[in-house]
Design a binder for this molecule. Sequence first.
Ligand SMILES: [Fe+2]
Ligand SMILES: [Fe+2]
Length: 288
Amino acid sequence: MVKKFLDKLPKHQVVMHAKSHRMAHMVYSMKAIEDVEYTHRKTEGIKDKLAHGAVRLVRSSFDFFSRYDPEKMTERDWMNRAIFLETVAGVPGMIGGMSRHLRSLRTLERDHGWIHHLLQEAENERMHLFFFLTMRNPGIFFRIAIALGQGIFFNAYFLAYLLAPRTCHRFVGYLEEEAVHTYSTMIEQLDDGKLPYWSEMKASPEAREYYGLSDDAPLREMILAIRADEATHRDTNHHFADINAWDDVEQHMVTIIENKEKISGLVYEHLEDEKKQIEAEKSQEAAE
Ligand SMILES: [Fe+2]
Ligand SMILES: [Fe+2]
């Protein structure tokens, strides 16, 4: 099951930037992620239906209130949507990681890699947020909406996670299906020339550094990489919902770090490069 799950993820490498204080994360070759697709996992049983129903409800009410209409949306509308959704997307991973961390402390049992993965997912979503924030600074009403959204969603998800963690992972799996769909629509609009400012723009500097993109990488590459991240969250969370998270050690999520040989092309090249750079700087300082 683990092998099947890993095969689903977009082909990637994992890097760690020694000086950035960030966790290891995935980077991609643009070729490999050009056609990351929207996929839907069929619901099986009442809990899946509940999770899927909840996502449909959240999505349609958000679409209604934010007047979602891809054909008419400008760059600014897309930006608002992405910023708001990324502030929400960073919540589940943190709650999952925190809950499992506390559970491990409480039950004196190991966690086998989930905590790490979930916290990494939360950080990855927060990075998506900051990539978009370099292009727009939200005003006071937007910030209030973000704070309210967080207050409601954090508490609701936390309670639900205490009661039914697997269904919560299924919920996130379905939510990320929607995220892949949204970013795919964004890319389509961009390719159809309907977002003229964005077709001229470069990826934000932070995104270029994070994903190891070239200095003149277009904004499109940043969106492709974000969509690939969302596809990873989708498949990982569906996987978490499939396995018996709490008891069956054999089936536990294996972390990307512990099982590097299972993921093609995994490297820590940035870490190595930066180590060398730090050493070079040190010896230069010593020589002076
Ligand atoms: Fe995201
Ligand atoms: Fe996501």
